[in-house]
Design a protein around this ligand. Structure first.
Ligand code: HEM
Ligand code: HEM
Length: 183
């Protein structure tokens, strides 16, 4: 298999990247508009759709992890200062971690609340028993990681991409765009 580092991002890596971006936009809109979930909340359409899309994100994230571990790193352009390459690497791994941990915590919390997690007709098993002692925090941490950690890191990540495009003009942003837009 040709390694990614020699070639830039493969079309598969680009599709996976932009699929997650699109799903996350929908997922945040759902997370913010669905009813606040409390003890007596019944699952309804927005909540169930949040679960469905969240499980799709989890599956795509798992595929991305496997893909990334097999393909290796796309190296930073040659004259990138070490500190910049290091920050980029750390932020990328934190984003990879969050797109796995955030939906997993959501799934654990939905199980804890006794809500069925159904992804477009496919029912997933409950990860823990309803109201299992010691698991109530998962909902709060799910929301905090999504609303703060993820959004702050994505903000940094997007700002860095735009800085490369507008100020550095070094083609880094274009590495993640479809080839036909760039050539
Ligand atoms: C990357 C994927 C996901 C993101 C970005 C996300 C984001 C969010 C956001 C922004 C909220 C509202 C938090 C607040 O403002 O209070 C929320 C709540 C919630 N989400 Fe997700 N979610 C994701 C995946 C999932 C999945 C897969 C499930 C379940 C299968 C899930 C279940 C829940 C539950 C149960 C709540 C209510 C938690 C509580 O308030 O106790 N989420 N999510
Ligand atoms: C408009 C929004 C976004 C833009 C413009 C963007 C742009 C980019 C670019 C240009 C790269 C390649 C960096 C390089 O060549 O060194 C990249 C990589 C990456 N992006 Fe994004 N991104 C966006 C949103 C997101 C989101 C929402 C996530 C996930 C939460 C994400 C996760 C990643 C990861 C994990 C990598 C590293 C890929 C790898 O090298 O394995 N991105 N992004």
């Amino acid at each position: 298999m040709t390694s990614q580092s020699a070639q830039g991002y493969t079309p598969t890596a680009k599709i996976l990247h932009w699929t997650v971006v699109a799903l996350l936009i929908v997922q945040f809109i759902l997370g913010w508009t669905m009813p606040h979930i409390g003890r007596n909340t019944q699952p309804e359409i927005l909540i169930n759709t949040h679960f469905s899309i969240g499980m799709v994100i989890l599956l795509v994230a798992a595929v991305r992890w496997i893909w990334r571990l097999r393909q290796g790193e796309v190296e930073a352009p040659k004259d990138t200062p070490v500190w910049q390459a290091t920050i980029a690497r750390v932020v990328h791994w934190l984003l990879y971690l969050l797109i796995l941990v955030v939906p997993l915590l959501g799934w654990i919390n939905a199980s804890w609340r006794g809500f069925p997690v159904i992804m477009f007709g496919i029912e997933f098993p409950k990860l823990i028993g309803t109201r299992a002692p010691g698991w109530g925090w998962t909902g709060d941490v799910h929301g905090l990681l999504a609303n703060y950690a993820m959004l702050i890191l994505v903000g940094l990540h997007v700002a860095a991409g735009l800085w490369h495009f507008v100020v550095q003009k070094d083609g880094v942003l274009q590495r993640m765009l479809p080839d036909r837009w760039v050539r």
